[in-house]
Ligand binder design. Structure first.
Ligand code: CA
Length: 258
């Protein structure tokens, strides 16, 4: 399994409040909110909880995914109390690879996409005010794109004592690509452009050109992109179960900074 990951401050913000985590078979992105460095602390705390909760292959991925969100939520709430930063929180999107099945856990407006044979499919639903308005028919997708309140999210990690992540799973096929990203990519860059740039043969350059596209469009927000490419057919890709899976799950290369 290959991966590439970049987190970029963008061209306007003073700090990068996004965080990501890349493990052997779990990846996550988080987009923090809160002033005075609280957002960055929230997103870092959340992805650190992912490492703790899912650092070893879980026996029951679906339950483990929910538990990871509960632990991340508790950790961010605790940080908020300790640092007296009420209102700090973060989005979080996690992908856990279980053989040929991909488990996704999600809260907020960061996104997971699957790229298969050049076609991009959004796997997660945004938990945001504008997404709700589009769903109810009050707003068109075009209106949502420039809506002044498009940053308002309706679910986040670390805001309430309870958390209800969306948890879903999809079957992956050889050479599928998974893309996790924050809204610093998806707000300024059209889906058609994400599809085209994410299809570039070299995974690292695909990741880099996506970040460059967001910066060319103004770079108004922090931009984080994590891409994973699943192996093609072959003896190792037939492996079933964690032990054998882990033998081909090691990342082939990495780029970027956390
Ligand atoms: Ca953001």
């Amino acid at each position: 399994m290959k991966y590439a990951a970049i987190s970029d401050k963008g061209l306007v913000r003073a700090e990068n409040q996004d965080s990501y985590y890349v493990g052997e078979y779990v990846v996550a992105v988080a987009d923090g909110m809160g002033g005075h460095e609280a957002g960055g602390l929230a997103s870092r705390t959340a992805v650190e909880a992912v490492e703790t909760a899912l650092g070893r292959p879980p026996r029951r991925p679906k339950q483990a995914m929910r538990e990871a969100f509960v632990q991340a939520n508790a950790a961010v709430l605790q940080q908020a109390r300790q640092t007296d930063q009420a209102g700090m929180g973060t989005t979080m999107t996690i992908a856990l690879v279980d053989g040929r099945r991909l488990w996704l856990g999600h809260v907020g407006d960061s996104r997971a996409y699957l790229l298969r044979a050049g076609r991009l499919r959004q796997l997660t639903e945004d938990h945001s005010l504008v997404a709700d308005l589009v769903k109810s028919g009050s707003l068109s997708p075009a209106q949502a794109k420039d809506h002044p309140r498009r940053n308002v999210i309706t679910r986040a990690v670390g805001i309430q004592t309870t958390i209800s992540p969306d948890v879903l799973s999809v079957q992956v096929e050889p050479r599928d690509r998974l893309i996790l990203c924050t809204d610093g990519l998806t707000n300024p860059v059209d889906v058609a452009d994400i599809e085209r740039l994410a299809s570039r043969v070299d995974l690292e350059s695909a990741c880099r050109t996506l970040v460059e596209a967001a910066n060319r469009a103004g770079g108004h927000d922090n931009i984080t992109v994590v891409m994973v490419e699943f192996p093609g057919d072959g003896p190792v890709a037939q492996a079933k179960g964690w032990r054998r899976f882990l033998s081909w799950a090691r990342p082939a290369f990495a780029c970027g900074q956390g």
